[in-house]
Design a protein around this ligand. Structure first.
Ligand SMILES: NC(=O)c1ccc[n+]([C@@H]2O[C@H](COP(=O)([O-])OP(=O)(O)OC[C@H]3O[C@@H](n4cnc5c(N)ncnc54)[C@H](OP(=O)(O)O)[C@@H]3O)[C@@H](O)[C@H]2O)c1
Length: 303
């Protein structure tokens, strides 16, 4: 069957964007944008895009005439956003607004990829309807992007995803890639234990996006995360044990006040409750063990 529908992935050269492009290319004409890294993804058209240049953006979008736009540009790095709040705002809020504005004439389904940082982390197990109260620059930039899309896009789905488990694309390494390299070299690594997250395999997010694209679902905010909540430190030790590395190489990085008394700060809980997503889209949540199995399969396939 001829593939006629086009999907535009903004940030298609990134960790998440590359997984999306590879997954969707079987069913769609996939166009993926990059900023600095022109990765090569067979079967996918890579395009340089400057989000600040409206005319250029317009030419790209008018040429593609996308049925769906997935906004996956940005960074999930809280420290980077804290150090670069202006760039974070521009990427997560203004960039999404520009793409949505120029694409609106084609009325695409606009999928905006958000994360857990719109919440303040004091409670955890956040549902879609819970009040957002961002405390980080990344969280504020995400809320800005979410609000713009909710207010202006005619057909949108906002997906707030927990940190994703998968391999990177060789340029944008995932946390697990970096961890694996350290463990394989038998180097010690300090990993934060200050935040709890409902980490989840990227495969579940890809399945969720399939359902969103295939359904008439619109103007919704959905959460994606796993059933277990863990700190990055706990996740790393489990990963090491599962893949035959020495968990003792992983050390807990304490989160302290940085003041003279330097007391330990309370652990924050950014876990997302995804029950509504699983029920509404009829997908099965993946257990952590299953996520590791999926990563192992890909390691074997590429070995
Ligand atoms: N990683 C996760 O676990 C996770 C979880 C939840 C939500 N998300 C969200 O998913 C999005 C992508 O995350 P990621 O982990 O895939 O990040 P990533 O690997 O760092 O990829 C970032 C993407 O954004 C592009 N980009 C960066 N600066 C840009 C700019 N100024 N103009 C245009 N494009 C720019 C990059 O292009 P170049 O490579 O060409 O520079 C790349 O395609 C982020 O918004 C993040 O918050 C990620």
């Amino acid at each position: 069957m001829a593939i006629t529908k086009a999907v535009l992935i903004v940030g298609g050269s990134g960790f998440v964007g590359t997984h999306l492009a590879i997954h969707l290319r079987e069913r769609y004409k996939v166009f993926a944008t990059y900023n600095e890294n022109p990765v090569r993804i067979p079967g996918v058209t890579l395009l340089p895009v400057n989000l600040g240049n409206r005319n250029h953006l317009k030419r790209v979008v008018y040429t593609i005439r996308p049925e769906a736009v997935i906004y996956a540009a940005g960074s999930n790095d809280v420290d980077w956003a804290e150090a670069n709040p202006r760039e974070a705002e521009s990427l997560h809020t203004s960039g999404a607004a520009s793409v949505s504005n120029v694409a609106e004439i084609f009325q695409p389904k606009f999928i905006y990829l958000s994360n857990c940082y719109p919440f303040d982390g004091t409670r955890g197990n956040y549902h879609e309807g819970d009040t957002v109260l961002p405390v980080t620059a990344l969280g504020k930039a995400k809320v800005g992007g979410e609000n713009y899309i909710r207010g202006k896009a005619l057909s949108y789905v906002i997906i707030r995803s927990s940190p994703l488990l998968a391999r990177g694309n060789g340029i944008h390494l995932s946390f697990l890639d970096r961890l694996r390299m350290k463990l394989a070299a038998r180097e010690r690594i300090e990993v934060a234990e200050s935040e709890l997250h409902s980490f989840a395999a990227i495969d579940g997010l890809l399945e969720m996006i399939d359902r969103v694209l295939d359904s008439g679902l619109r103007n919704k905010t959905l959460h994606y995360g796993g059933r277990t909540k863990l700190s990055l430190y706990e996740l790393s030790r489990l990963f090491a044990g599962r893949f035959g590395y020495d968990p003792e190489l992983i050390l807990a990085k304490k989160h302290t006040s940085g003041t003279t008394s330097n007391y330990e700060l309370p652990r924050l809980d950014y876990s997302l409750n995804s029950t509504q997503t699983y029920e509404m889209l009829k997908i099965e949540p993946l257990l952590l063990e299953q996520s590791f199995d999926l990563i192992e399969k890909k390691l074997v396939a590429r070995a």
